[in-house]
Design a protein around this ligand. Structure first.
Ligand code: 5AD
Ligand code: FES
Length: 354
């Protein structure tokens, strides 16, 4: 007979968890079993990360993208989307706002924008690091080692590059002109250069199975990422996957819980996508392993145009509103907002194991 408690202990204790165990837990749907899983994951979160909820303020500074990912509203074939690129003053003003809200990490995110001059971004990083005592995270996709290096030298601390799915075949099926090995290589280079590296996946992609999700979790463990972002798939009408099904929120929560149990001291956000389903599941995410929130500091009119998927959370909120909202969320959970930079909880890695 299947014993969930034994299975969770095995997953917790293993240096690399068994794929069948993970798959079995991902397939559970009973209320009591899910409660048991989520409580277990919440305990691991408390033990390794404490009760602080870490904030990462995000600024989406350009929605130009050269890629054609089948799921993403920013893909270059979406001619309906009005494109923008914020200028230096607009960007620095948004950073100033974020700092005035006591946030200590800025995530500078954009599509894969060929018009992004690496030296322009380098100057911005320099300016942020010399004006403010905050951490800078970059999320601008696959770039050359040279670019990654000059940004690191300018003071960038962290880099987010989701693998989206660790299954090479599935990856290729929805990323035309992209190379899975190239993406792995970027992750390796980022690690080598000394960034704190974040990765992650999308749950509910067409063609994805519980087995591929189990493999993603093993991939996260193998690579010992500092951060892992897990978000549900939300179809966007102006993409190839426009007619596909929305992700099951429970499957996303189960994946968060298992990723916490397996990777232990990783920063795991309750993603904006998780907040953008039929209800706001970020609170549920925070109750089953997540310890990070990512309030949006992209100013209008740009914020509405960063439409990766429709009905994105907080699209009409005034800048800064998210901060109050996050405080409330933490209080309701009996936790608190951690207003520190909250660097990686991992021991600094030497070399790479990607
Ligand atoms: N649904 C959910 N997440 C998506 N992303 C892109 N498109 C979608 C979608 N339709 C995620 C990807 C990307 C991040 C910026 O947004 O994981 O890395
Ligand atoms: Fe933006 Fe709540 S997180 S208003």
């Amino acid at each position: 007979m299947f014993r969930l408690d034994e299975c969770l202990s095995r997953i917790h204790d293993a240096s690399l968890p068994d794929l069948n165990d993970l798959e079995q837990v991902l397939s559970l749907n009973g209320k009591d079993e899910l409660n048991e899983l989520f409580l277990f994951a919440d305990g691991i979160r408390k033990k390794f990360c404490g009760d602080g909820i870490v904030l990462r303020g995000i600024i989406e500074f350009s929605n130009f993208c050269l890629r054609e990912c089948f799921y993403c509203g920013l893909n270059k074939n979406n001619r309906k989307l009005e494109r923008y690129r914020m200028d230096k003053d607009e960007l620095l003003k948004a950073v100033g706002h974020l700092v005035s809200c006591k946030i200590k990490t800025v995530v500078l995110q954009s599509g894969e924008d060929t018009g992004l001059d690496p030296f322009w971004l380098k100057d911005i990083i320099r300016e942020i690091k010399s004006s403010f005592d905050i951490a800078v995270t970059l999320a601008v996709g696959e770039r050359s080692e040279f670019d990654y290096k000059i940004w690191k030298e300018a003071g960038a601390d962290r880099y987010l590059l989701k693998i989206e799915t660790s299954d090479e075949g599935l990856y290729s099926s929805m990323h035309p002109q992209m190379d899975f090995k190239q993406r792995l290589n970027c992750l390796r280079v980022l690690n080598k250069i000394g960034y704190q590296v974040g990765s992650g996946n999308i749950i509910g992609l067409p063609g994805q199975t519980l087995k591929t999700i189990a493999q993603d979790i093993v991939f996260f463990k193998r690579n010992d990422f500092d951060m892992v972002g897990i978000g549900p798939f939300i179809p966007h009408q102006d993409t190839r996957f426009g007619g596909q099904k929305k992700a099951d929120p429970l499957l996303s929560l189960k994946t968060i819980a298992l990723t916490r149990i397996v990777t232990k001291n990783t920063h795991i956000p309750a993603t904006t996508a998780l907040g953008s389903l039929d209800k706001d599941y970020r609170v549920d995410g925070l109750k089953c392993g997540a310890n990070v929130l990512m309030p949006n500091f992209t100013p209008q009119p740009f914020r509405k145009l960063y439409e990766i998927y429709p009905q994105k959370k907080c699209i009409d909120e005034p800048v800064g509103a998210c901060n109050f909202c996050m405080d409330d969320m933490a209080k309701n959970l009996g936790r608190f907002i951690d207003y520190s930079k909250a660097d990686s909880l991992k021991q600094r890695k030497v070399g790479s194991n990607v």
